[in-house]
Design a binder for this molecule. Structure first.
Ligand code: UT7
Length: 336
């Protein structure tokens, strides 16, 4: 039995905002953003667009690939909906997964969100995989975020980094072998965390630790705080360790891996990791220039773009690797 990704899809909001657009309203430049991050533009959700709207569109794109012209019929075959997100439509509940399940008209499926920040899509795949191994057949796994609505637009050190997007994958338990020759699907996953770094990347207000109080004057909406340097250092180590550990555990080398689909947080993190590991940056599929850091969505969006590029063939071995708030890190090896 293999856990195979049968189809993928993604969605980005229509509004594209370039670095030059940002430079008109804040003290930044295209040159600074590009040279420090590799980002050229980002897409931003409309006023009336929430995370579940993006997630729904990405799901439709994946279902449409699975069953052209019959996306909503194909949705009926889903047994479980898992959404990795750091910016749900509503605080606490309902989950984005339940909203998407309802809009797709899926009956008799479990639905829940996963909070693992930018590692969330890999965590969500693994959660779904575990459930498929317990008897379910098909899962809809989504990574979706609208971070631009929880970004502090007065903090140029963070606001230029983020964008909005969603990516989706249909994961199914199939009869293909998961070991030996001809194996397919997700063959190995690493999930990790270091909660001691929680304060380096967090939304401090609004939760039960630090709730808004009656009568309090709220000076700014809930926004994320990031200690960029600390997260950068964690990221380069988590990135390189996860790649090395996946290769070592599987007894393979980078030559066996066709492409790495990384979390797209900063081009310099990729360059630093590639240098440490001694292989070319070309091993990574990058789209950060177009979309910036879309948190839970970066890996599934990149996976979908790569899968549709024509370069990814059945039987190819690829790797995902991510890190994020928590702090968390995660990666997996997939035979396409
Ligand atoms: O997915 C979530 C995980 N997050 C990450 O992976 C982010 C990890 N961290 C990073 O990618 C980098 O630390 C940043 C891109 C956030 C920052 O890059 P940096 O090279 O560490 O810059 P810095 O924060 O040390 O700032 C350097 C200078 C400062 O000016 P001074 O003090 O040297 O005069 C900043 O004020 O750059 C200034 N600066 C800016 N200048 C123009 C910071 N942001 C901007 C900006 N435009 N947007």
């Amino acid at each position: 039995m293999a856990l195979e990704i049968l189809a993928t899809g993604h969605y980005v909001p229509a509004r594209r905002v370039t670095n030059d657009d940002l430079a008109k309203t804040m003290d930044t430049t295209d040159e600074w953003i590009r040279s420090h991050t590799g980002i050229g533009s980002r897409h931003m959700a409309a006023e009336d667009e929430a995370t579940s709207d993006l997630a729904y569109e990405a799901a439709i794109a994946a279902l449409e690939q699975l069953a052209p012209g019959k996306a909503l019929e194909a949705a009926q075959t889903i047994d479980i909906v898992v959404v990795g997100t750091s910016s749900p439509d509503y605080y606490g509940f309902p989950s984005v997964a339940c909203i998407v399940q309802d809009r797709l008209g899926i009956k008799n499926a479990g639905a829940f969100d996963v909070i693992a920040a930018c590692s969330g899509f890999v965590y969500s795949l693994e959660a779904a995989a575990g459930m498929l191994n317990q008897g379910r057949k098909r899962a809809l796994v989504i990574g979706a975020d609208v971070l631009t609505k929880i970004t502090d637009w007065t903090d140029r050190g963070t606001c230029v980094l983020f964008g909005d997007a969603a990516g989706a994958a249909i994961l199914e338990k199939t009869d293909a072998p998961s070991t030996g020759a001809g194996r397919r699907g997700i063959i190995r996953t690493i999930l990790g965390s270091d909660g001691s770094g929680a304060k380096e990347l967090m939304c401090e207000r609004g939760g039960t630790r630090n709730p808004f109080k009656k009568g309090e004057t709220i000076e700014k909406p809930i926004t994320l705080y990031m200690n960029g340097r600390a997260v950068y250092n964690f990221a380069v180590k988590a990135f390189t360790d996860t790649i090395e550990n996946l290769l070592e555990a599987e007894g393979i080398t980078m030559a066996d891996v066709k492409k790495i689909i990384p979390h797209q947080a900063n081009m310099r993190i990729i360059q630093a990791a590639a240098k440490r590991l001694g292989f070319s940056e070309d091993k990574f599929f990058m789209n950060i220039e177009k979309y910036a850091n879309t948190s839970n969505a970066t890996i599934p969006v990149a996976l979908d773009e790569y899968a549709r590029s024509g370069d990814l063939e059945r039987g190819d071995l690829i790797m995902t690797v991510g890190f994020g708030g928590g702090l968390t890190y995660a990666g997996n090896l997939i035979v396409w």
